[in-house]
Design a protein around this ligand. Structure first.
Ligand SMILES: O=c1ccn([C@@H]2O[C@H](COP(=O)(O)OP(=O)(O)O)[C@@H](O)[C@H]2O)c(=O)[nH]1
Ligand SMILES: O=C(O)[C@@H](COP(=O)(O)O)O[C@H]1O[C@H](CO)[C@@H](O)[C@H](O)[C@H]1O
Length: 359
């Protein structure tokens, strides 16, 4: 990969030398390792795979079977596969259990806690309900998942001692409903996350897929950071880790191509707002931006009206509360019992302490 390019006026543009070095030193490919090599490298360490799943009955079973067949039965690389049923309204839990996964309902983990909703909540509860020293997260809506995804994510953690957290990256087609754009996926990444990360955390600019839903980390590192409860969880991780562990503790691995179920544009608008609010919170938390007036947290969107005229503009108003909530680091929670999920109460609080202003 070339880390320099000629600018529009001919002068040379280049990423920083730190990024250039990092790209060489901390980027890999899934086929740099085999499952058998990583089993030999485990040396007694344990591995959990956590799959957050909200209404994923169509895809979660195949993902679980693929992991179990290749990485539990054929090669004992993975020690437990947990699907977190994130308030699904379909057969996700039964499909996952039939495929051989451990399944836990999101709200059944640490039930004494205030209940939260969102992907980050599912991930945090999955971390709390598992015991592996290394934890890999895999989305439950993937159509072309292979066991190499998990092998690639675990490779650096099992063979490069300085690496604490590994993000997958891939080509991301926008596929489905009669459309196919080879690199049209990752819309929030390209339109929101990447531009903002390049502006405010340029040291993260080497990540090909900063919002990738497939990643892995050392438990002690994952339990030391907060988890934003909604879709801000991935960007929150990257920022917290670069601030606390430094770039060299992070790595990325090429997993090939990733095709998944796509959300609507308006759903991605809500996701974008959650990610922007997470980044604004981190800019304030790490002293990179002062904000005398906190951002509003009410998102108003407009949908083609089904109820007929009402708001005077023949559209339905869709309001979403984007208040940023996050789970405290798990490490600060007293363990009530030996079980991973038997942790005591932990605070779920509005990050930053600012009360949401109405729009
Ligand atoms: O409240 C939620 C939202 C999402 N997810 C899961 O998190 C993964 C990624 O979510 P989604 O596919 O909605 O995000 P996208 O990939 O479209 O950005 C999927 O397995 C979802 O089922 C979840 O467990 N709880
Ligand atoms: O990368 C992205 O832009 C979004 C949306 O992807 P698509 O435009 O639907 O392919 O998907 C990611 O973002 C979420 C928020 O971080 C993650 O939770 C998802 O796992 C990831 O797929």
């Amino acid at each position: 990969m070339h880390a320099t390019r000629a600018g529009s006026d001919g002068h040379e543009l280049a990423v920083s030398p730190e990024i250039g070095t990092w790209l060489e030193r901390r980027s890999g490919r899934a086929d740099d390792w085999t499952a058998a090599e990583l089993v030999a490298a485990k040396r007694g360490r344990t591995v959990s795979v956590v799959i957050p799943a909200k209404d994923e009955e169509e895809t979660v079973g195949e993902i679980v079977r693929t992991i179990r067949t290749a990485l539990v039965e054929a090669e004992p690389l993975v020690d437990e596969v947990l699907v977190v049923d994130s308030c699904s309204q379909d057969g996700t839990a039964d499909v996952a259990a039939d495929a051989g996964a451990l399944v836990v309902a999101q709200d059944d983990v640490l039930p004494a806690l205030p209940r939260c909703r969102g992907k980050g909540e599912a991930l945090w509860k999955g971390l709390a309900a598992t015991r592996g020293e290394l934890v890999a997260f895999v989305d439950g809506d993937l159509y072309d998942f292979t066991a190499d995804y998990v092998v690639g994510l675990l490779g650096p953690l099992l063979t490069r001692p300085g690496v604490d957290y590994v993000k997958g990256f891939y080509h991301r087609p926008l596929a489905g409903e009669g459309r196919h754009e080879a690199d049209g996926g990752g819309r929030v990444t390209e339109l929101v996350a990447r531009p903002l990360l390049n502006m405010f955390w340029p040291e993260l600019s080497g990540f090909v897929q900063p919002l990738a839903g497939e990643y892995a980390g050392r438990r002690e590192v994952l339990e030391a950071i907060p988890f934003v409860t909604h879709y801000g969880v991935e960007v929150g991780h990257l920022i917290d880790l670069i601030e606390r562990r430094g770039l060299d503790a992070l790595a990325q691995v090429d997993l090939g191509t990733r095709t998944h179920r796509h959300q609507t544009t308006q759903a991605l608008g809500r996701m974008s707002a959650q990610i922007i609010l997470t980044m604004l919170d981190r800019l304030k938390r790490y002293g990179r931006l002062s904000m005398p007036v906190p951002p509003a947290t009410l998102l108003a969107q407009f949908q083609r009206s089904v109820a007929g005229p009402g708001t005077g503009i023949e559209r339905d108003l869709v309001l979403t509360d984007l208040t940023l909530e996050e789970r405290d680091p798990l490490a600060g929670i007293a363990r009530e019992s030996g079980g991973a999920a038997g942790r005591g109460a932990a605070a779920a609080h509005v990050a930053g302490g600012d009360l949401p202003r109405t729009a």
